[in-house]
Design a protein around this ligand. Structure first.
Ligand SMILES: Cc1cc2nc3c(=O)[nH]c(=O)nc-3n(C[C@H](O)[C@H](O)[C@H](O)COP(=O)(O)OP(=O)(O)OC[C@H]3O[C@@H](n4cnc5c(N)ncnc54)[C@H](O)[C@@H]3O)c2cc1C
Length: 261
């Protein structure tokens, strides 16, 4: 059994809850992970930094996402619900608090889109990193989502990978409780399959970010040739699924052989 001490917000009193298992879904700074003695591996901080803000979408780009590569850095632009659009600008260093003047100016310079005067809803700045826990579980504690792994947000797989972790773990725990299957073996499978999915997604995200964030004229010219080659008929068919991460192995329970889970 596992006992966890929890405190309600604003309360000094801890309440103790005992359960058969504890799943730590407490994000990249996971206390559950630290208290379980689970270490991190493959730790990497990437040099790329970004400032990001959501604006009313006056771009005319509709539901299209656009990636702009330039010798000064990248700009990513994604449609959001409720008529909003997210703009993400690569910066030289981490700029806190987010500098909206710089974002607006450099988006205009790198893409030609003018955000001046568009209503703004939120802003933030971030840097990117990667790690995965040495083990997805320890005794009766399992980790899920960013508590277990973090990857570059390029490719949009952090949350998706976390959801797939949760799906797998829910099935594993269901099998334990309903069929009395041993949880050690189920947790080992959880670690095995979810680690494969993480590694492939994180490496693709890393490659995408590497390519998009190269700066300078030479790197920019080489990238132009590479992108042209990737858009050629040879790759054109497989590229969208690769880029949208639809071909990640073990990306959901359905893609795993029934002999396992
Ligand atoms: C700029 C950016 C863009 C991204 N875009 C995408 C995307 O397009 N698609 C995608 O799939 N992923 C994306 N991600 C990644 C995604 O945001 C994360 O992978 C996801 O939010 C992780 O979810 P989580 O629930 O594991 O952790 P979190 O979202 O960090 O949630 C953990 C929660 O636990 C709470 N918590 C922590 N400690 C305690 C405690 N001791 N007591 C009580 N509560 C606690 C925290 O307050 C938090 O609410 C992006 C990330 C960034 C930085």
């Amino acid at each position: 059994m596992v006992t966890a001490g929890v405190k309600k917000a604003g309360s000094a009193e801890a309440e103790y809850i005992t359960a058969s298992f504890l799943v730590g879904c407490d994000g990249h700074r996971s206390i559950v992970r630290d208290l379980s003695g689970i270490k991190l591996t493959e730790e990497k901080e990437y040099p790329a930094c970004f400032v990001m803000a959501d604006f009313a979408d006056d771009s005319g780009l509709g539901d299209e996402a656009h990636l702009f590569f330039s010798c000064h850095g990248s700009v990513e632009s994604f449609p959001l619900p409720k008529g909003q659009r997210r703009w993400i600008l690569q910066t030289d260093h981490l700029i806190t608090p987010p500098n909206i003047e710089l974002l607006t100016r450099d988006v205009q310079r790198r893409t030609g889109y003018d955000l001046e005067g568009s209503e703004r809803f939120s802003e933030s700045t971030f840097r990117t990193r990667r790690f995965v826990c040495q083990s997805y579980h320890s005794c009766r504690v399992a980790l899920c989502g960013d508590a277990a792994h973090v990857m570059s947000p390029v490719g949009g797989q952090g949350m998706n990978t976390g959801f797939a972790d949760a799906e797998f773990l829910a099935e594993a725990l269901h099998r334990h409780f309903s069929n009395r299957e041993g949880f050690h073996a189920l947790f080992e499978e959880y670690d095995h399959f979810r680690r494969i999915a993480f590694k492939v997604a994180a490496t693709r995200a890393e490659r995408g970010m590497w390519m998009g964030t190269r700066r300078g004229k030479l790197a920019s010219a080489l990238r132009f040739l590479l992108v042209k080659a990737l858009l050629s008929p040879i790759f054109k068919k497989s590229l969208p699924d690769y880029f949208a991460m639809l071909t990640i192995p073990c990306r959901s329970l359905r893609s795993i052989d029934n002999d396992h889970l």
